[in-house]
Ligand binder design. Sequence first.
Ligand code: TRP
Length: 454
Amino acid sequence: MAENKTGFSSSFGAIMAAAGSAIGLGNIWRFPYICGKYGGGAALILYIAFVFLIGMTLLLSELVIGRRSGHAAIQAYASLKPKRPQWRYVGVLGVVACVLILSTYMVVSGWTLNYFWESVSGALSSVEDGDYAAHFGAFASSVTAPVACLIVFAVLTLVVVLGGVQSGIEKASKILMPVLLVLVLLLCVRSLTLPGASKGLYYLFHPDFSLLTWEGVLAILGQALFSLSVGMGVMVAYGSYLPKGDNLFRSAMWITGCDTAIAVLAGVAIFPAVFACGQSPEGGPGLVFNVLPVVFNSLGSVGSVVFGGAFFLLLAVAALTSAISLLEGIAAGFSESLHTDHKRTAVVVTVGLMVLGVLIALSFEGGVLSGIRLADMTIFDWFDKLSGAYLPSICALLTILFFGWFMKKDDIEDELSNHGTVRTPWFKVFYYFLVRFVAPLALVVSLVAGIWGE
Ligand code: TRP
């Protein structure tokens, strides 16, 4: 049973913090592209089904495990099953996944800070010949700027986490998430009012079921899980900070709804503008650092400062709230199981992540460490691959099996109904069906298909 510790002060604050974790770079640079590529509206419908039926099921299970145990990932599982302490390794796996993803995430987030600065200072609009791919290549393979940006981003993340759960994470999320919404809406309005914007909307939303391939189905499922930040124990840690009276079903719905809404809005902010400028749609760093600067440049000198600045700030804010949750997940996991001071642990972890981050940053294509290769992949590629690929899926699978098959059903009921004080929804039976059969099966299929496709 949960012990008392400082948690979020309100449901609103908790939802903002968890939505902040979920809404990240993935919403902005991966979701819209996956949607467009695999059939527009057809992919969107499938995404919504996956994110609410499977992603939210996983999210809710992590929140319940966290709040019921009152612990972050490593301790949570074992404390709910004291006779089987080996369950703690699920939490350990989650923390390892967090370390891998955060060290890479910090490098890329650092890049967004640099581009924000270059946008508002006007440097980005005076790039020679408008060759943004060359500009990005030169920047990302240099030494000083990427490392400096990485350090600034890591320190920003650390400062918020050191502020504590309520006055750091909750407060920052309550400010940053509305800022993020305003920025994305501003960009949507600009994008939609450009001549020729409708082509982008067509790309994003026109349902074309012939593009929805098996590969697409797997990519959409992967995105639904990645986007809700599940499978890394972060939501277990946040679950342990949820107020006791919080209705978990409702919070999980809100978090999933906000995450999906921002992903769709990001698509509306990006693709109409990309098509209006005659550029071709892309995903990932190529879209953000090569294609979009061309789009912003075409908006005139003031337009490029305002909208380019708004866009890179949007990315930095989305990345920051996600990074905060990752650092908190790691620090809480370590400090609880090693019985160390939470703040000191956060500092040590950040220093460790910076060292990893520098190695990753300098091993990007053309960088000074890019010659170090294993199986023809650089350090950057390895981190990128490991963090995105199997670890979170394995951790999510073990979590849902723990939840559905090993945790006491009475405990789950008690947590979902707040000790009998709120009515659990009518579709509860369906929810257990999702937990026990559908979600594990989906995770097994995606893991097997992923390994098969290697
Ligand atoms: N959800 C984040 C995004 O869409 C990425 C992410 C995956 C993440 N797992 C996480 C963020 C765990 C924070 C914590 O970009």
